[in-house]
Design a protein around this ligand. Sequence first.
Ligand SMILES: Cc1cc2nc3c(=O)[nH]c(=O)nc-3n(C[C@H](O)[C@H](O)[C@H](O)COP(=O)(O)O)c2cc1C
Length: 368
Amino acid sequence: MTKIQPLLTPYKMGDLLLKNRLVIAPMTRSRSNNKENEPTELQVKYYRQRASAGLIISEGSQISKRAVGYVNTPGIYSEAQVKGWKNVTGAVHKENGKIFIQLWHVGRVSHPDFHNGELPLAPSAINPNSKSFTPNGFKETVTPKEMTLEDIKTTVEEFKQAAINTKEAGFDGLEIHSSNGYLFHQFFNKCSNQRKDEYGGNIENRARFFFEVLDEISKVFPQNCVGVRFNPSMHNIHGIDVDKETIPLFEYVIKKLNNYNIAYVHLSEPFTDVSKVSYAVENIVAHFRPLYNGTLIINNNFNQEKGNTVIEENLADLVAFGKLFISNPDLAERFEINAPLANWDVDTFYSDTGKKGYTDYPFYSEEL
Ligand SMILES: Cc1cc2nc3c(=O)[nH]c(=O)nc-3n(C[C@H](O)[C@H](O)[C@H](O)COP(=O)(O)O)c2cc1C
């Protein structure tokens, strides 16, 4: 008898029963190239094709006009956007899939070109010296505006409203994008947060904005349907660097999350080689698993074998696959029969090419 692959076993996450342990990692695809930045029939098809995953996490979706930082990404703040997403969630549910939205605020990675010349918001006025993907092509980032207490309050409210909209749009849950160098990460790390008030300084202060948002969202959205994402060892990307307080900060945050009843903690292994980076942790899942009692999703560079192993070793409950799901809409079925996997085309990841490299990757049955 062949052994059932751990990745293909069901998993109960809060009140949701996931049919397998494969999660689609959130992936920006820049296909909302319409006036309202709303998801259209194209996104409906893309997500419907991938509904056999245990859980879909949507592409990062800006919570407000102020939160945007990439061209043609969808939002979740206008009526048209909510309507567009409703079509997506309806299609996924029809296929018996589950879908969370990723709520996104890029902070200082944005550019004045998105904001009629106004500066992007950030915890401190420190330029990440990175690139911003604007309507006018890639541009150098600028020195952002340090958020006032009023700006922070407004942003917390925007997240809360986005959670209300998420419910309206029919999602099974939401993921706070507290990862990859965007707004929350900018509050977490010392290099981007030099504030002197209660949102800067010690670890607890730098985590305050994140917990305020989580608390506010929890007032309007079931907490056991809220996930969070972290990339603790991300280094030298978007101006984020690991220092000696970085890992202790994530330890503090993740331990504190044991007091909450959230859906999951979603962690990324380092995006780059950090073996020579002082204070970085190389094996994220091994380091953080013992600190957290709830559901853990692990991501970055996993394949079928590594995914099955990490679950078998009880280091994670679910595995998020990114690029493999771009080119293999039926990844779960392919794993089941050990079918060959299709390669992805990097050139069409974010390009304005509509269905090309988006909804035209075949199912294995079609390939045959
Ligand atoms: C095209 C593309 C878009 C991405 N967009 C997002 C995003 O919107 N939000 C996010 O948290 N991560 C984003 N990521 C990172 C992925 O979620 C994931 O961490 C990364 O692809 C590594 O996983 P993989 O090796 O399985 O592809 C993106 C990655 C790719 C390739």
